[in-house]
Design a protein around this ligand. Sequence first.
Ligand code: CTP
Length: 405
Amino acid sequence: MDGLADKRLLLGITGGIAAYKAAELARLLAKRGAQVRVVMTQAACRFIAPATLQALSGKPVLTDLWDERADGGMAHIELTREADAVLIAPASADFISKLATGAADDLLSALCLARACPLLIAPAMNRQMWHNPATQRNAALLVQDGIILLGPASGEQACGEEGMGRMLEAEALADELEGFFQPKPLSGARVLVTAGPTFEAIDPVRGITNPSSGKMGYAVARAAWEAGAEVTLVSGPTCLAPPPHARLIRVTGAREMLEAVNGALDGADIFIGVAAVADYHPLHPNEQKIKKGEGTLTLELAPNPDILAAVAGRPNPPFCVGFAAESENLYQFAELKRQRKKLPLLAANRVQDALGGNESELVLFDDAGAHPLPRAAKIVLARQLIRHLAGLYRPDPAAGRGTPD
Ligand code: CTP
């Protein structure tokens, strides 16, 4: 992860059992390079000690509007002038209602009102409190006011009930914050991404597939969203959680993937084919399970459509990006593939790097040549790819979509 280096964050903690997760959050934000300043409400101090947050952030924790340690005795002003963003986690129902009315009767609410920087909040409360019309009304007002709501999630609650209102986990909140700080060069663009493997049925319990995990495609979808795009993700079978910010269309085989892509392509400005699409499917899949016999078994395979080539070959195509996993001659094969499929941009990696892991190495190929990206987490590579793409992509107002330079 690369996004929080040198970011100055003000972490506000309000009173709720999820306050204990704020300790892990403060640690993660600092680990990702952010300078973290913590402000707690009196109620938060009943759930977790300020000393814990002080140790994790390396700075004194402020809890009092009248704290004399702040410059000029104006903590509520000074603190936000030094911050790139304020994150309230957890944000209790009570605090959300304060934000909605503009109350400023303690340090945290006063600094939220006085802030000159973006405010993100992670609601956390019992499900009835979350679904209460008053909280829903308040949350809608915050969104109208430009405050960014992260979550809540659904799941088991501290009170023993199950439902909506759980605070997002610390790791997810840190990811959200990183995404928030990414540049937005694809604002307004519509991006369609394919990801994962395809599965081509042989019989009801067997099929041809490959070890693609879908991690790179999901990372690309996320990076495109972080860059401001509206994202649709067409995904083969994976074990990954649905990306929170993309429209997800699940498919199984290559032909189904093509159908989904064709259905979602209308209005797409950019198409990124990350899926490891099987090149063939069994011509006559068995309706019943094939029983084992003595001799060999021969499968007749028919070619699958090349989804990326079909999209790139359309009249007035979207800006098309391909992926290639090669086991040898990476530079030569990848550039040939780019030219054959008529792509302005292709990202290539070695087969042993491509599948399954959280890290990889990529080489980007465009008309200007090859651009190697050093080994990094897939989300970091995906962000670099999207930045590179954004440099080549120019929205074409006449066609309503992008063209390469
Ligand atoms: N691709 C696709 N549909 C296919 C095969 C590939 O859309 N039926 C896309 C992939 O998503 C990827 C790119 O094409 O973006 C390269 O895929 P790859 O399988 O490596 O290339 P092929 O053209 O199939 O070449 P080969 O398998 O011979 O290396």
